[in-house]
Design a protein around this ligand. Structure first.
Ligand code: ATP
Ligand code: ZN
Ligand code: MG
Length: 499
């Protein structure tokens, strides 16, 4: 890597009668500190121009100029401030040129904010930045920009590959009752009603099935393994997603939450009056009267749980932590992807969360998977499989182990939906997952154990998806349903009849 920064230091006055040269020369040794022998930053040239010192700094990987310039600033401030009442008001970056080698040649042009120009020839990249303020230089924006360029190029190479998928286990094929689309059939019987935007009303019969499934999870998994129920907020603020990492990429799928500018009725008078006269809700006017989003509706239930532990050391008596939440819906903007109850914008999920020392976290993950096996094989009698999935870029970079070495990563549970076609060619439905999240949450929310670092895991049980799989494989007539589940659910409610 090669860095070259032209910067200026704005002084509080012209340094008349001062031999700056001596001080600048002395500061040079500071620019080598922490770097291997012969490396570090260099002052290529400098000059005094009125009340500012203009200088060009260069470096390789070590002591980059945006760091070096502050070493010089601090040194000069100390030396000149005390004796000569000369201060440095501000550091400005005029032009920054950064050359580095990419891992791959990009396939298309890339764009990055703040960058004046990006030139890429083969794997050689040259970035130019101009007019940077002190915050820009000091807060390491430059390193993040370089990383972002790399990330974008890598992304181009993994695009469309989705994720690395590795089969772990598969049940025997089952002969299914029928091959109908579960949402259509249930809608036909008024068990469900679609409300647009991927939202459904579940009538008494569908609700009874989902609640029986929930109870099944409580009886066969959560109670035996000692999980406690908690209630987690469903309005998630940015600070939470910044810590969980979701703030990096969630934007296209968020349902945003915007509070009103004020709750003063007068402020809303026009919106109210116009509605009373026209009968039309004044959405454009409303948009002008609300604040910027404070966050969004729950996407995954884990992140809004972690502020409960944030900044604390959990006592060993309380480890491992085992909790679950089923207190409200999650929302995702699925856009065109919506299909029946299998992919909805507002869904119901039991989220099971555990945290503890590394070994116990892995053990809980294994215990949970065993419990699921029993539930799906013996009680629901699903045709299903488990796959170890990792985003492609992570698999490639060796950031995540394979199925045999699953320290961090996710098992997807998938079920065959006969209405979609053959086992081999159709897409199976992911109806839940179980993840070892490593130290991501404890690190992100600064949570420790008495004896050291913690890890965590979670499993999300999507009730719409369980229902979809169940009806798709077992049909809609209760007398055909697996015996054990029928016993649990009892007689279905009659529901509401229509003329
Ligand atoms: P998909 O690939 O189907 O979009 P995902 O990878 O986005 O799923 P996760 O983020 O792993 O899903 O969410 C965990 C669980 O939440 C899923 O296994 C599923 O049960 C449920 N879920 C996620 N998105 C939806 C949705 N749009 N509708 C219904 N359930 C969902
Ligand atoms: Zn989770
Ligand atoms: Mg998704």
């Amino acid at each position: 890597m090669e860095f070259s920064l032209r910067a200026e230091m704005v002084l509080n006055r012209k340094p008349e009668g001062l031999k700056l040269k001596e001080f600048i020369e002395n500061s040079k040794t500071l620019l080598k500190k922490g770097a291997p022998e012969g490396q570090g930053a260099e002052i290529e040239e400098w000059e005094l121009s009125g009340d500012r010192i203009v200088l060009t700094l260069t470096s390789g990987r070590y002591v980059r100029p945006h760091d070096a310039v502050f070493r010089i600033k601090n040194y000069l401030s100390q030396e000149l401030g005390r004796k000569h009442k000369l201060g440095i008001r501000e550091v400005r970056g005029k032009r920054y040129s950064i050359r580095f080698k990419l891992d791959h040649e990009p396939k298309r042009k890339i764009r990055v904010p703040f960058v004046k120009s990006i030139r890429i020839e083969g794997e050689e990249c040259n970035l130019v930045l101009e007019d940077m303020d002190e915050e820009f230089l000091q807060k390491n924006y430059v390193d993040r920009i370089v990383n972002l360029v790399r990330e974008k190029v890598e992304q181009q190479h993994y695009e469309g590959k989705g994720e690395h998928w590795e089969l772990i286990w598969q049940s025997r094929p089952i002969e299914h009752r029928w091959n109908k689309d579960p949402s259509k059939v249930m809608e036909g019987r008024d068990w469900l009603k679609h409300r647009g935007r991927g939202q459904w009303i579940f009538g008494p019969q569908a609700t009874a099935i989902m609640r029986a499934m929930e109870q099944l999870v409580v009886d066969e998994l959560l109670n035996p393994l000692g999980f406690n129920e908690i209630i987690i907020p469903k309005a998630v603020t940015w600070d939470v997603w910044q810590r969980s990492g979701h703030a990096k990429n969630l934007y296209p799928e968020i349902y945003y939450i915007c509070p009103p500018d004020t709750r003063d009725p007068e402020f809303w008078e026009e919106v109210i009056d116009r509605y009373k006269i026209t009968g039309n809700v004044q959405t454009r006017l409303i948009k002008e009267k609300i604040k910027e989003p404070i966050g969004g509706v729950c996407y995954a239930q884990c992140p809004p749980f972690w502020p409960y532990l944030q900044g604390r050391t959990v006592s060993d008596d309380s480890l491992p932590i085992k909790v679950f939440d089923r207190s409200g819906t999650s929302m995702r903007y699925e856009s065109g992807g919506i299909h029946g109850i299998e992919r909805v914008d507002e869904f119901h999920r039991i989220e099971v969360i555990w945290a503890g020392y590394p070994e116990e976290v892995k053990r809980i993950h294994r215990d949970i998977v065993e419990r699921y096996r029993k539930i799906f094989n013996d009680i629901l009698e699903f045709e299903w499989r488990m796959a170890w999935v990792t985003p492609w870029f992570m698999a490639q970079e060796g950031l995540i182990g394979t199925a045999k070495d699953k320290e961090v990563g996710t098992i997807d549970f998938e079920a065959y939906l006969p209405y979609r076609g053959s086992r081999e060619d159709s897409e199976w439905l992911e109806f839940q997952n179980a993840s070892n999240n490593g130290d991501k949450y404890p690190k992100g929310f600064s949570v420790k154990g008495q004896k050291g670092e913690l890890r965590s895991g979670c499993t999300g049980i999507g009730l719409e998806r369980w229902l979809a799989v169940f009806i798709a494989q077992k049909g809609i007539e209760p007398e055909n349903w697996p015996k054990q589940f029928r016993r649990r659910i009892g007689k279905l409610p009659d529901g509401i009849g229509f003329l």
